[in-house]
Design a protein around this ligand. Sequence first.
Ligand code: 9MR
Length: 350
Amino acid sequence: MSRTRLRVAAALAAVLVAAGIATGPAAQAHDRQPTLAELAQRHGRYFGSATDNPELTDPAYTRLLGSEFDTITPGNGMKWYATEPQQGVFDWTEGDQIVHLAREHHQRVRAHTLVWHSQLPDWLTSRTWTAPELRAVLKKHIQTEVRHYRGKVYSWDVVNEAFNEDGSYRETIWYKTLGPGYIADALRWAHQADPGAKLYLNDYNIEAVGPKSDAYYTLARELKAAHVPLDGIGFQAHLALQYGYPGTLEENLRRFSRLRLDTALTEVDVRMQLPATDEKLAEQATWYADLTTACLAVRRCVGITIWDWTDKYSWIPAVFPGEGAALPWDDQLAPKPAYFALRAALGHRE
Ligand code: 9MR
């Protein structure tokens, strides 16, 4: 190449880079697409993903987990079976791994979960307890765990899945032994242990207005009236195409906002009967967009968390045989129509 030609080529390259249409590492850095988290931040919201310890050995997986989201939730690592496997013996290995990972990537942690009927250790479920004994066990667990993560997590799902579909209390070990007051107690103990953490009640099938979400509404109003430290309600949003979209989601979020509570979509996925067709994936994309639009429309809906980001690590196929394809990225980690629908709903023009 002659000198003149070299100069022309260099000038042309500079113009292309300035116009943002050149390729190469510098241009890529310049051109980088905003992440879901960055798009959500423009609306004052977060966009998060759940994760789980075994997956963290997959470098392609952790790379995207660390870059696309600003909030992460441990799918299992902070549950009772993992954190207090023997009575009074605490193990923070899994939860700490996720907190450290989040810190490395400047992400916040939605901590999950303190009081649940599931994934409890055998020592707790294999014997009977008097009410005073169980109360002491619960208080110690909550306060030890919340104190350990004090200042390191953004929020706690304090009580998970406390109601039945008809709005009656679920007959858990907690309810049966301690009565409904265990919920207020749990919130108060958690608040004492970390006054800075946002405290949530969290459940599934409460996205639409109905008996189960009404039960939360009534309870939340009572707790607020009694000055119990409750900050928000988590709507898990494990949706399924075959059951229809919860059309009253926005209205439902709004009534909790009016109680001066935050709301969040905490475990979003949209499963379908397999095989996934283009039509079903398009329908799924619409649902992801619609739930995002609903959250953005309600001032106190603070953010959205998907229940992991790739179909490769989704919980669905193991629990609902024949169903899956529930997340915005497929099992090869490639983005699906739902991913682009999320970006569009967050206001990005491709
Ligand atoms: O994602 C979790 C999965 O790995 C566990 O096997 C499962 C056990 O119940 O729990 C999953 O997470 C649940 C969450 O903690 C609460 N809401 C429902 C989620 C899906 O089951």
